[in-house]
Ligand binder design. Structure first.
Ligand code: ARG
Length: 272
C-alpha cells in the first residue's frame, strides 16, 4: 500500500512538471509562439547590438600591432584586418591597448573581443572562443649577429632566454627548453635591447615579429627553430556563437574580395 502511494506521488509530481514546462513556451505579444530560429543574430549577441566593437590588443608586436611614431595610434596587420572585418559587419572598431597577459581576462569586461597575433591553444580555449584562424607562424630565435654558439633550438639549452610575458614563446621557453633561465618582458623590444646589452643570450618570439624586430635592430639576426606551427585567431567571449558566425563570415569576405592579401602584402610580405 505504501509502495502504491509512493508511485502515485511520483506520478503527480511528473504531471505537475510537464504542465509547468508546457506553460513555459515563449509567446509574443499576440500570444503566438516564438522560437530562437525566428530571432536575429543581433538579438542573441549583445555585442552585435552595438555600433562600436571594442577590441583589445597589445601594440608591441610588429608587424601585427605597434604604435605609430606619435606613440598612441595603433597600426599593423591585425589593426587593419579588424577594421576591414568591422566594415563588413557595419561596425566601428575601437582599439584598446593593454599588456599582453591582460588581454584574455579583459574580454567580457574592458573589451568585447581581441586581436593580438593570438595563438589558439587548449588552455586559452578554456577561457575564450576563437574565430577561424588567419595566419600561421612558428617560434624563431633572435640572437646577436656575431653569435656562433646558438645555431638551432637545441643550442638554447641552459641559456638565458628573453620572452614576452604570457606568450607562447614564454610557455615554450619555460616548459620545453632544458635548463633555460627565462627572462619575461612586458615589451618584446626591451628583450631585444637586453640581448644587445648582453643581459640575455636569445629572444624567443613568433617568426614574423622576430624578423621585424631584428630588421629594426642592427647587430641581431634570426635563427629558425624547429618548433610546432601556431595559428592566429581573433579571441571572442565564450559561447557567443552569433558573434563568432558573424566575424567568421566577415573574415571570409575580406579574404574573398582580396583585402586580406593586400594587407598581407602591405604589412608583412613587404618586410621580408
Ligand atoms: N602568438 C603568441 C601568443 O599568442 C604571441 C602573441 C603576442 N602578441 C602581442 N600582441 N604581443 O602567445
Amino acid at each position: 500500500m505504501k509502495k502504491m502511494r509512493k508511485v502515485l506521488a511520483v506520478l503527480m509530481i511528473l504531471t505537475l512538471l510537464v504542465t509547468v514546462f508546457a506553460g513555459c513556451k515563449k509567446q509574443d505579444d499576440n500570444g503566438k509562439e516564438t522560437g530562437t530560429t525566428e530571432s536575429t543574430a543581433a538579438e542573441t549577441s549583445p555585442i552585435l547590438q552595438k555600433d562600436v566593437i571594442v577590441v583589445g590588443t597589445n601594440a608591441e608586436f610588429p608587424p601585427f600591432e605597434y604604435l605609430l611614431d606619435d606613440g598612441v595610434t595603433p597600426d599593423g596587420f591585425d589593426m587593419a584586418l579588424i577594421k576591414a572585418i568591422g566594415e563588413k559587419m557595419g561596425k566601428e572598431v575601437k582599439i584598446e591597448n593593454m599588456d599582453f597577459d591582460a588581454i584574455l581576462a579583459a574580454i567580457g569586461n574592458k573589451v568585447d573581443i581581441a586581436i593580438a597575433g593570438l595563438t589558439v591553444d587548449e588552455e586559452r580555449l578554456l577561457q575564450v572562443d576563437f574565430s577561424d584562424t588567419y595566419f600561421t607562424a612558428v617560434q624563431s630565435i633572435i640572437v646577436k649577429e656575431n653569435d656562433d654558439t646558438i645555431k638551432s633550438a637545441e643550442d638554447l639549452k641552459g641559456k638565458k632566454i628573453g620572452v614576452q610575458l604570457g606568450t607562447t614563446g614564454d610557455l615554450i621557453a619555460t616548459d620545453d627548453i632544458e635548463g633555460a633561465t627565462v627572462e619575461r618582458y612586458k615589451k618584446a623590444i626591451t628583450a631585444v635591447l637586453d640581448l644587445l646589452n648582453g643581459r640575455i643570450d636569445a629572444v624567443l618570439i613568433d617568426s614574423a615579429t622576430a624578423k621585424a624586430l631584428s630588421a629594426a635592430n642592427k647587430g641581431t639576426k634570426v635563427i629558425e627553430g624547429d618548433f610546432e606551427p601556431e595559428h592566429y585567431a581573433i579571441a571572442l567571449p565564450k559561447g557567443d556563437t552569433a558573434l563568432k558566425d558573424s566575424i567568421n563570415k566577415a573574415l571570409k569576405e575580406v579574404k574573398e574580395d582580396g583585402t586580406f592579401d593586400e594587407l598581407l602584402e602591405k604589412y608583412i610580405e613587404s618586410g621580408e
